[in-house]
Design a protein around this ligand. Structure first.
Ligand code: FE2
Ligand code: FE2
Length: 247
């Protein structure tokens, strides 16, 4: 993707040619940005645990596409979709304890990777802005652009519905392993009479899903989130019935 400069033209024509070339290059870059982001990002997910692997990035990309198509307002789609591929590239390192903040690390690394490919600096800054605000930690900035809001919602939606239940169960398992002890039990204290632990039960998974639902910040995101929440309630009904040995 190196810059092509034609030197056989007189200087007064060269500047016109360059600007046309730059425009063509920009257009080409826009078309190529998403597959480029995917190619650059996927290797970083190689050692990721299931909840934050390349399939999570791929689902977030796909959900972002759907949300963008339903969003009322202009969306820089290539920025949004590229950011979706990059957003969790730092997760494996954070899980391994090599970095403390996968969000900031991911934004910086994505910027460096794209800079090496000569992607326009304004595009890189927009992608980094979206990556930086996808987290829900107190230190994460609020998403402020349409692209950042849609990435935020797409990421949270992957913690809701059937996929969300599986992912959040995986995350509880990961966190239990890290703590050296389990942090929740597979039970429901409102049903079970034999529970003799102070550890949280299925309510922990419910609360984590509910928190993400309430954080959704776009109208299409909330619409999909509400449908996925309905499924979580059905799942919890089934869960309670099984704990009660009724199904
Ligand atoms: Fe993340
Ligand atoms: Fe994510």
């Amino acid at each position: 993707m190196g810059r092509i400069v034609c030197c056989s033209q007189p200087p007064h024509l060269r500047s016109q040619l360059l600007s046309r070339q730059d425009m063509e290059r920009q257009s080409l870059m826009t078309q190529e940005l998403v597959p480029l982001a995917r190619k650059l990002a996927v290797p970083y997910y190689q050692n990721a645990l299931p909840a934050h692997d390349q399939f999570h990035a791929s689902r977030v990309h796909d959900i972002a596409r759907r949300l963008a198509s339903e969003y009322e307002g202009a969306v820089e789609r290539d920025v949004l979709f590229a950011a979706a591929w990059f957003h969790d590239i730092g997760r494996p390192l954070e899980t391994a304890g090599e970095i403390t903040d996968h969000v900031e690390w991911g934004a910086v690394t994505a910027g460096e990777l794209l800079q090496e490919e000569e992607v326009a600096s304004d595009r890189i800054a927009e992608i980094q802005d979206s990556i930086r605000s996808h987290g829900i930690r107190a230190s994460s900035p609020e998403p402020s652009t349409p692209e950042a809001k849609l990435l935020f919602d797409a990421d949270k939606l992957d913690a809701l519905g059937a996929v969300g239940i599986v992912r959040m169960s995986c995350i509880l398992g990961e966190q239990s392993g890290k703590a050296g002890d389990k942090i929740a039990v597979i039970d429901d204290s409102t049903i079970s009479e034999s529970i003799t632990t102070n550890l949280p039960d299925i309510s922990l998974l419910r609360d984590r899903a509910r928190k993400r639902l309430e954080l959704l910040c776009t109208e299409p995101g909330q619409r999909v989130g509400n449908a996925r929440w309905e499924y979580i309630e059905e799942f919890l009904d089934q869960f309670r019935a099984e704990i009660d040995a009724k199904r």
